[in-house]
Structures are given as C-alpha cells and as structure tokens.
Design a protein. Structure first.
Length: 111
C-alpha cells in the first residue's frame, strides 16, 4: 500500500513534559542488614536522599506502615519482637511527595 499526500498538512504534536520527581534514581537503598537474637531482631536501612521535592519517607513492615520519617532522612533502625510464628519480616521504603510515591524493592529479614 502506498501512502500519498502532503504531510505538511498534518499537525505537529508536542509531547507533555515528563516529571523527573519520580525517577528511579530518586530512591536508592545503599545498605540494609538485620540481626536476630533470641527474643528480638534489628533491621537497619540506609538510603540516599536524592529527592528534591519529597514530603518524607515511609517504612513498611509486613505490608503495614511502621513509621513516617521527615524529608531528608537517610536511615532508620527497627527493633522487632520474635515469636515462634513470626520470625520473618518484610520491609520496603517509600519516598513520597505531594502527588507522587515511589517504593523500593522488598527486603527480607528471616530470623
């Protein structure tokens, strides 16, 4: 099939500007580690604050909000109780702004 005609009559389209506020480079977890004792465990998380317009950070444990931290935060340590039926903790970090959020990968503390 051949296409013929004057393409100059076709209107140009300018794509909308893309927002860099939720770029994958904004949330970078540098290090996370955990330790387990007989009754308690510790989970420590360190990240880079690369966001320029964040409202803050949220840390989730097992899918539930654990703590909300202020903008420019870069670390947090959680101490959790260990029980026979609860010895695996799943964490993820979320950076958020007025109209956007970005989550880290899930990190697992398996005691």
């Amino acid at each position: 099939m051949d296409v013929a005609g004057n393409y100059a009559a076709v209107p140009g389209v300018t794509p909308p500007a893309t927002s860099s506020s939720a770029s994958s480079e904004i949330l970078t977890v540098d290090r996370w580690e955990y330790s387990c004792g007989s009754e308690f465990g510790d989970f420590t998380l360190n990240w880079q604050d690369r966001a320029t317009n964040e409202t803050g950070y949220r840390l989730f444990r097992n899918g539930e909000l654990l703590i909300e931290l202020p903008a420019n935060s870069t670390s947090y340590t959680d101490t959790f109780a260990l029980t026979e039926d609860q010895n695996r903790m799943e964490y993820y970090l979320q950076v958020f702004g007025p109209d956007w959020t970005m989550n880290s990968a899930v990190m697992i503390a398996d005691c």
